[in-house]
Each structure stands twice: as C-alpha cells, then as structure tokens.
Design a protein around this ligand. Structure first.
Ligand SMILES: CC(C)(COP(=O)(O)OP(=O)(O)OC[C@H]1O[C@@H](n2cnc3c(N)ncnc32)[C@H](O)[C@@H]1OP(=O)(O)O)[C@@H](O)C(=O)NCCC(=O)NCCS
Length: 282
C-alpha cells in the first residue's frame, strides 16, 4: 500500500485531491473547523499538526476535508475529521478515515466521536467505551484542599510516566510542547497542564492517583483562571462533573470515546486520567 502522507490521490467521482496535510493547509483547515462551530485557534491546529500526520481533501486550493492521525507510542488517536458541509454524504469522510487508519500502521486506534461521526466509525469497526463530558464557562475560582505547586520543564519525563500509566499514551512530546507555553501544576500524586485553547484556557490532562488529588489540581486551575473562560473535558465516571459545575464550568455537551479493536478494561493502573488534554489529543 502507498504511504498516504507522501502520495496524492483523487477522491472517486469528485474533483478533489487527497494530499498530505502540511502547515500551508492550516488556514484552510481553520476555516473548516470554524464552519462546524469548533473553537480551535490557528495555534491549536498547529499543536495538533506538529504531533501528527494527516491528510487534506483539496477542491482546487480550498481545504474541503481534514483528518489527523496522532501516534503516541503503541496507540494512534484519529482526530480533526471534518468534511465541508456541501460535500458530505458522498464518501469523502470514509475515504479520509481509511487513509488516517493506514497512518495508524497497526496500532490500537482511539477517537472521540461527535454524534455526526459515530455512525461512520461504527461501520469502520470502532466500539464505544464511554462518554466525555465537556465542561466550560467563566471560572468562579477554587480552593485546593491539597498542596499544588508549579512544575517546570525538568518534570516532563516524570509527568510522561504518570500519563503513560494512566492512559497508555506515550505523550512526552506533547507534554514538552505544552510546557513551553502553558503551566504545569504538580501535586504529590499527580499533575495537570493549563494552556490557552479555543475561547480561553483548557485544563488537561489531569492525571492523578486519586480523586482528592485530581480535585485539588482542578481547584488550583480554576483559582488561577478566576473570572476567565476555562474548559475541562472529563471522562464520565471519574465522578468530578458536579464538582466542576460548582466551579462555574457547566456541562456543554461532549462526545463518545471509541476504540478499535475493542480491548478489555486496563487492570491495576496506578494513575487515572481525570481530564483530557483535548478531545483530539486524548
Ligand atoms: C462525520 C463526517 C466527517 C462524515 O463525512 P461524510 O463525507 O459525510 O461521510 P461519508 O459520506 O463518507 O459517509 C460515511 C458513512 O457514514 C454513514 N453515515 C453518515 N451519517 C450517518 C448517520 N447520521 N446515520 C447513519 N449513517 C450515517 C454514511 O451513510 C456512510 O456509510 P457508507 O460508507 O456505508 O455508505 C461529516 O459529517 C462532518 O464533517 N461532520 C462535522 C464534523 C464532525 O462531527 N466530525 C467528526 C469528528 S469525530
């Protein structure tokens, strides 16, 4: 099979070219994500592309479809899958997904599905594993019940070990990049990353050994963002949704976590992911 990031193909029956996703396509990709109401800024797309390989569908010079495959060790995350509203229902989404799945190169694949994307992913063999609750709003501030301090670039390797234990994702490159512009929050038994994203800031990932530590990290993030827009994406079932809502961050929808092939529950994890870096980056 040809490498989809180096080859050019034509979408069947359409005047579209499928090309490798490069930085030159970012402004067009941004227009597309704005068209579907996603909050990403150019910088958010840049972060995702820097950590990924991907494809665009081009109608002339216009970006009409996007997809990224982000390989974090043994797991690939498929994300930013968008088809221009006028071109849907003609097989382009399926074609972009098939190419992104090739880029996963045999790894376990995960994604967070919108209701629009879920039927396609089910047809491609993905299985739902849980819900993600998107919480956001103007932070009312928080009061951490455990000590939380600020981390630094030297912490990245240790944070990446905790993160890998929680998620199975080897994300040292992502953590290092976010640490360049964002803030590392550290507790004795976990950490969180706070960075600019979308309409304001996002707190995530939040990785901790226990719920008390995760709450303290979230409270510290909320405290630092008091009076400002903050978003947190929580895997449902970690039990912090009510707590986060009390900080001023209301539930604003979410998505369905999906995996292919299906895998059993991870056993004996020391750490848990209490909030995602983003729906794209897990
Ligand atoms: C999801 C999305 C990428 C699909 O793109 P598309 O080009 O319309 O998809 P396709 O035409 O290739 O259709 C894919 C398959 O899903 C099926 N499908 C699509 N919507 C469906 C629905 N609501 N119910 C059942 N099946 C559906 C199609 O029938 C098709 O099946 P087939 O290949 O067996 O015929 C597109 O709707 C989109 O960009 N949505 C907005 C952004 C978004 O939500 N992206 C998903 C992020 S996770």
């Amino acid at each position: 099979m040809s490498d989809p990031t180096t080859s050019t193909s034509t979408a069947p029956g359409q005047n579209l070219l499928i090309r490798p996703f490069t930085q030159a396509h970012l402004p067009g990709a941004l227009l597309l994500s704005q068209q579907v109401g996603w909050p990403h800024r150019l910088e958010d797309w840049e972060l995702n592309l820097a950590l990924s390989q991907g494809l665009v569908a081009l109608e002339g010079a216009r970006v009409a479809g996007t997809t990224l495959c982000t390989r974090f060790g043994d797991v690939a995350l498929l994300n930013m899958i968008i088809v221009d509203g006028a071109l849907r229902g003609r097989g382009l989404g399926r074609m972009l997904m098939a190419a992104a799945m090739d880029l996963a190169a045999g790894r376990e694949m995960r994604l967070i599905a919108t209701p629009e994307g879920q039927p396609l992913y089910e047809k491609l063999g993905f299985h739902a594993t849980g819900q993600i609750l998107q919480h956001q709003g103007i932070s009312r501030g928080g009061a951490p019940a455990l000590p939380v301090r600020e981390g630094c670039a030297q912490d990245v390797a240790e944070l990446a070990r905790m993160d890998l234990a929680a998620s199975g994702l080897e994300r040292s490159a992502m953590i290092a990049r976010i640490a360049q512009t964002g803030t590392i929050l550290r507790a004795d038994q976990g950490f969180a990353l706070l960075r600019a994203f979308g309409r304001g800031h996002v707190l995530g990932p939040v990785v901790a050994r226990d719920t008390a530590t995760a709450s303290a990290l979230i409270d510290e993030g909320a405290r630092r963002m008091a009076g400002r827009f903050l978003r947190i994406d929580l895997p449902k079932g970690t039990g912090l949704s009510d707590h986060v809502a009390k900080l001023g961050l209301a539930n604003a929808g979410g998505g369905t976590a999906m995996i292919r092939p299906p895998s059993g529950p991870a056993a004996g994890q020391d750490f848990t992911t209490f909030a995602l870096a983003s729906q794209a980056l897990g």
